[in-house]
Design a protein around this ligand. Structure first.
Ligand code: PEP
Ligand code: MN
Length: 335
């Protein structure tokens, strides 16, 4: 059960609500987000929900049988919209494009990409400065200095940025420069990181874990929401299966199913999802047709020379072609 409290509920009224919940045998947790205050109640008793609904100070009450609660569509039918400012939004009914290199490498690289994105009406640049690499000897990113440079170039051109945060200890230092915090697949169940991101007021994109179930992805989002941050985006990026012909198995079933289960926007990363450049466009378009609210794409001026993930990265021409097709596909879907 989720009880949404009135914004100006008095302590005495809240006490009465809490007593009623306890009397019904429910355990409750107080959740304050940037938008509202909720009591998330866990228990299994059959009772007339109006007992709670009629109490003074209660704005709304919903029964939610899912294990994840605040991210469930069972209580919030209206989809969550992520507003990045300057008219840049991630929301249902549109396909938000987020494109850029796997790794931020140099000023020249970021400038070239910014020009490419601006020329193509893409408003969000991706790029990692802290890179989770399978080998400790691979390029691990430019770090905070790189992020500063990345943000400076993008800010001056009105481009928003999404970048990966690998550890809760990095959040504060990264905060001023980031528009969306990305949680990587390897960190999808790093609960300390998710707790930390729940305490900031900036959007968080959570990638599905390498072998994560949809339930686990939704629970990861529940961590962020229950710590106080409602601005969450889910990302399908492929899972590890027995198939060896490509890097990951992009699970597009996840898109309509997640959109049914949650009010959060659902985006797809076909670059990591298939892991082979020549198939990225097909999978991106398939993702749009499956209902993706956005795409995260790896793009580089010279993918052959990229410091990481060049094999799955589109060059500018390939990317431009894809943006056009994505927009046409989105129009087609809208009817
Ligand atoms: C990335 O976006 O570059 C990345 C490392 O992704 P993932 O966490 O999905 O592997
Ligand atoms: Mn990558």
């Amino acid at each position: 059960m989720i009880i949404q409290l009135d914004k100006e509920i008095t302590p005495a009224r809240k006490e009465t609500v809490l007593r009623n919940i306890a009397d019904l045998g429910y355990k409750s947790m107080d959740v304050h987000t940037q938008f509202s205050e909720y009591l998330v109640c866990v228990g299994k008793k059959e009772f007339d929900i109006r007992i709670i609904g009629q109490l003074p100070g209660v704005a709304d009450v919903h029964r939610v049988s899912d294990d994840f609660k605040l991210v469930s569509r069972k209580w919030k039918v209206r989809p969550t919209e992520i507003d990045l400012g300057d008219e840049v939004k991630i929301r249902r009914g549109e396909v938000a494009l987020m494109a850029g290199p796997c790794s931020i490498e140099s000023e020249r690289q970021v400038e070239g990409l910014a020009d490419h994105l601006l020329a193509n009406g893409v408003k969000i640049m991706r790029g990692g400065v802290f890179k989770p690499r399978s080998s400790p000897y691979s390029f691990r990113g430019m770090g905070l200095e790189g992020l500063r440079m990345f943000a400076e170039i993008c800010r001056s051109r009105g481009i928003k940025i999404i970048t990966e945060v690998m550890d809760a200890a990095q959040i504060d230092a990264m905060y001023p420069f980031v528009d969306i915090f990305q949680v990587g697949a390897r960190n999808a169940q790093n609960f300390t990181l998710l707790d930390g991101l729940g305490k900031v007021d900036k959007p968080v994109l959570i990638k599905r874990g390498m072998s994560g179930t949809l339930e686990e992805l939704l629970q990861a989002a529940e961590y962020v929401f229950s710590n106080g941050n409602e601005k969450i985006i889910l990302c399908e990026r492929g899972i590890r299966t027995y198939e060896q012909a490509y890097r990951n198995t992009l699970d597009l079933n996840a898109v309509p199913i997640l959109k049914d289960k949650t009010h959060l926007p659902v985006v797809v990363d076909p670059s990591h999802g298939v892991g082979i450049r020549q198939y990225v466009a097909s999978m991106a378009l398939a993702a749009v047709m499956a209902g993706a609210d956005g795409l995260l794409l790896e793009v580089h001026d010279t993918p052959e020379k990229a410091a990481s993930d060049g094999q799955q990265t589109l060059n500018f021409e390939e990317a431009e072609n894809l943006y056009l097709k994505v927009r046409a596909a989105a129009d087609l879907l809208r009817g």
